[in-house]
Design a binder for this molecule. Structure first.
Ligand code: C2E
Ligand code: MG
Ligand code: MG
Ligand code: MG
Length: 283
């Protein structure tokens, strides 16, 4: 009896592996098609200054339009990163964001200091030609690096730290700013924070979630805000959803907000209409 059950288990396991392999193969084919058909695009989510209540920037977030479906990056970014296709797709997104910057700047819609944040994978930054690539894209669209912020995670520190730092410094010379994304998750280490020459620190959404409900989260976020301030960084709170969170954060420092409370990520055209041609915004 138990032997038979064991055999069934093995068969089931094999079936599952075969299914997974088939799914992966299909995803790979679909992604190649998507690149060919140019199905990757970006949406924008506003970043708001808590004091002035002005929108001071936006994060560009990738989406995949597959037929009538819109696919979230959590479904395909891990695959893009594993297969190194992220290098290619990431460059296309940067191109599209720069085209949008050139267009809105050309119509005088960008206020001083406005920045568009673009997520950069560790795989992209590790490329020897990354700086050249960014420089070429900026030149192509005649865009100043000062309109960009690159969001990196601490996983870049898993590559060659010296190389990473020297690349960040070269890009900063071109005006590009840097944010440390998802701070507090993954391989967090204070030495990364000390060594990486970033300008902003983004507190991960998972910590913001319960700041008004959980004393420990509250203390943790308060400490992160203080740490960020002591290091001379600008703090961004990610995933702000409720008024109570906004109030709590306002009492705890001069920080930037990003989250559904203000807006979900929206199409660039809608973003432009809603946020780029008026002075004070929010909600
Ligand atoms: P991330 O860079 O940490 O981006 C923030 C994520 O939180 C986005 O998810 C955003 O839609 C979501 N978010 C923002 N505010 C709220 C909120 O109030 N509540 C909730 N529940 N979620 C909120 P999204 O767009 O699904 O992106 C997921 C991740 O995919 C990103 O996390 C980033 O790591 C990656 N990603 C997105 N676009 C790109 C890209 O162009 N290149 C690379 N390499 N990665 C990207
Ligand atoms: Mg990000
Ligand atoms: Mg983030
Ligand atoms: Mg996050």
């Amino acid at each position: 009896e138990s032997k038979k059950a064991g055999r069934n288990c093995v068969t089931l396991f094999k079936d599952e592996m075969a299914t997974q392999a088939a799914e992966l193969l299909k995803l790979e084919r679909d992604i190649m098609k998507a690149m060919f058909r140019d199905e990757f695009y970006f949406v924008l989510q506003p970043i708001v200054d808590s004091i002035s209540q002005k929108v001071v920037g936006a994060e560009a977030l990738m989406r995949w339009r597959k037929g009538d479906e819109i696919i979230s990056p959590v479904e395909f970014i891990p695959f893009l990163e594993e297969s190194a296709l992220i290098v290619d797709v990431g460059e296309r997104i940067l191109n599209k964001v720069c085209a949008f910057i050139a267009d809105t700047k050309g119509r005088d819609l960008l206020s001083d200091g406005f920045r568009f944040a673009v997520n950069i994978s560790a795989k992209q930054l590790a490329r020897t030609d990354f700086i050249e690539t960014v420089s070429r894209v900026l030149t192509k669209h005649n865009v100043d690096g000062k309109y960009l912020d690159f969001e990196i995670t601490e996983s870049v520190a898993l590559n060659n730290m010296e190389d990473t730092i020297s690349k960040i410094l070269s890009l900063k010379k071109m005006g590009v700013g840097f944010s440390l994304d998802d701070f507090g998750t993954g391989f967090s280490s204070l030495s990364h924070l000390k060594d990486l020459p970033v300008d902003k620190l983004k507190i991960d959404r998972s910590f913001i979630n319960d700041i008004t409900l959980d004393k420990q989260d509250e203390n943790l976020v308060r400490s992160i805000i203080q740490l960020s301030k002591n290091l001379g960084l600008t703090t961004v709170a990610e995933g702000v959803e409720t008024e109570a969170q906004v109030e709590w954060l306002m009492l705890n420092g001069d920080i930037l907000f990003q989250g559904y409370y203000y807006s979900k990520p929206i199409d660039p055209l809608k973003f432009e209409r809603k946020y780029l041609n008026q002075e004070v915004v929010t909600k």
